[in-house]
Design a protein around this ligand. Structure first.
Ligand code: GLU
Length: 482
């Protein structure tokens, strides 16, 4: 059997972390079995679906490296197929037109509530005579199409994550609506129905999706049977929870993949983290791996039933590992858009070598790509902002003289190098008979505005290359950091 799986996002919002994680599991499973991963856009909700969300979803999947083999297919372009399938069920007497009005349904719900019963449709139009139908039509009533659900059925499947699952037909709310109201013909077919028609048509072998779809699975199994199709395997992956154990939501900061990208996570770090959200490799000490490596090991036996807690610290750690081990040219490429977004001015072609040196200087201190924006601020632009400690340092006795000494020595240097920079510092220490610490701290405060930061000599060399070191030293002597 060829494994064929799909991710079926609805374009009613940006690519959600939960959907993306479901995509990861589908992708891993497909690749593990040399199967096919299909992308299907479920855009039947015409009011809420938007093309920009579809774009966001496609971009997000591509960015994460979750390449698909077939699609994207759009449900909105497949309406005929669904209507034919509805017609087939009508012809076989497995579905029927239901003319119950919304007022009648409301009255039914009220009556059930009064008796303490769960709301359900009472199948009242299941066996209408042609005369009764004609009468309702004459009244101008619209109708929905309902699929007959046998209350006495027990629906059982062996879930690849959760084991044996069973549902009673009587818990499915009565005969289910499969197509929306219409006055003639078949109205817009609904979610649970079109998913099944598509999964049959696309020969999906394994339906892998979030556990919030479990109740749908019970209904869908009945639809597979009615349509005479083979029932696929099902795997319901655990939900993603916040640290308090509740479903991860917008309130937890971010929910979409594009948000994570904007926050400075790398695609590799994020996708690695998502792989671990509910799955663990056979060697559970192994935490850093590519999708391809995870695909070799992936199986549903190692997917947890319990919800997966979203741990920001772990994600940050993984992300930092990817950043620290990334070749500098690639890291520079990734950081440039964040600098551009922050409005920093540079010529990414001409200044490339300098930018790469800057990235080399910061790389080991980065957790997220966005950290590079703050950390490198002092390398862009004419003026420095002084921290309290930075200005205090510049007001220390001897600080101005030290800076003056450095400026004078710099004037005699045709080109500053690591060795000559060290020399200048030594000279000033000796000539002014001061501690080296005073020279280093004052130099740092003048150049960067602060007393902490990346390697001082390297920072100085970089500023020297773009001619910013002397103006800053001069400015610091005058302003003393105020
Ligand atoms: N469109 C559904 C969703 O976004 C997916 C349905 C499915 O995977 O069967 O939740």
């Amino acid at each position: 059997m060829t494994v064929r799986v799909r991710i079926a996002p609805s374009p009613t919002g940006n690519l959600h972390i939960g959907t993306a994680r479901t995509a990861v599991f589908n992708w891993l499973f497909a690749r593990h079995h040399g199967g096919i991963f299909i992308l299907r856009i479920e855009d039947t909700d015409l009011e809420r679906s938007r093309p920009e969300y579809t774009e966001n979803i496609l971009d997000g999947l591509r960015w994460l490296g979750l390449n698909w083999d077939e699609g994207p297919f759009f449900q909105s372009q497949r309406l005929d197929l669904y209507k034919q399938a509805v017609q087939k069920l009508l012809d076989q007497g497995l579905a029927y037109r239901c003319y119950t009005t919304s007022e009648e349904l409301e009255a039914l719900r009220e009556a059930q509530k009064a008796k303490g019963e769960a709301p359900r449709y009472d199948n009242r139009h299941r066996n209408l005579t042609p005369e009764q139908e004609a009468e309702f039509q004459a009244q101008g009533r619209s109708f929905v199409i309902r699929f007959k659900i046998d209350d006495h059925r027990e629906i059982v499947w062996n879930d690849l994550v959760r084991g044996k699952m069973s549902w009673r037909g009587s818990d499915l709310g009565g005969d289910m609506v499969i197509a929306r109201a219409s006055e003639e013909g078949i109205g817009q077919p609904l979610y649970n129905f079109v998913v099944v028609v598509d999964d049959i048509d696309m020969q999906i072998s394994h339906v892998i999706r979030g556990e919030d779809h479990i109740a749908n699975t019970a209904k869908q199994i009945l639809l597979y049977e009615a349509l005479g199709a083979k029932i696929p395997e099902f795997a319901h992956s655990p939900l993603i929870l916040n640290m308090e154990g509740r479903k991860l939501s917008k309130r937890d900061g971010v929910t979409s993949i594009s948000d994570f990208k904007q926050m400075g996570f790398t695609a590799e770090g994020l996708v690695n983290y998502m792989t671990l959200l509910g799955w663990s490799p056979p060697d559970s000490t192994q935490e850093i791996f590519t999708l391809d490596v995870a695909a070799k090991e992936f199986s549903f036996e190692r997917v947890n039933k319990a919800g997966a807690k979203f741990d920001w610290a772990k994600l940050d750690w993984l992300n930092s590992q990817y950043i620290h081990n990334m070749p500098i040219d690639k890291l520079t490429d990734l950081i440039i858009p964040y600098w551009e977004a922050a409005g920093y001015k540079f010529d990414s072609g001409r200044d490339r070598a300098w930018l790469e040196k800057l990235v080399t200087l910061m790389s080991a201190s980065l957790t997220r790509l966005t950290n590079a924006v703050d950390m490198s601020k002092m390398f862009f632009g004419e003026t420095v902002e002084f921290s309290a400690e930075g200005s205090q340092q510049l007001q220390q006795t001897g600080s101005s003289e030290v800076l003056q000494g450095i400026v004078t020595a710099l004037d005699t240097q045709p080109q500053l190098t690591e060795a000559s920079a060290q020399d200048i510092i030594k000279q000033v220490v000796k000539a002014q008979n001061v501690k080296k610490g005073l020279v280093m701290r004052s130099l740092r405060a003048a150049l960067t505005g602060d007393v902490h930061g990346p390697d001082l000599i390297q920072s100085w060399l970089l500023l020297n290359q773009i001619g910013l070191d002397k103006p800053r030293l001069n400015q610091a002597m005058v302003s003393k950091g105020e």
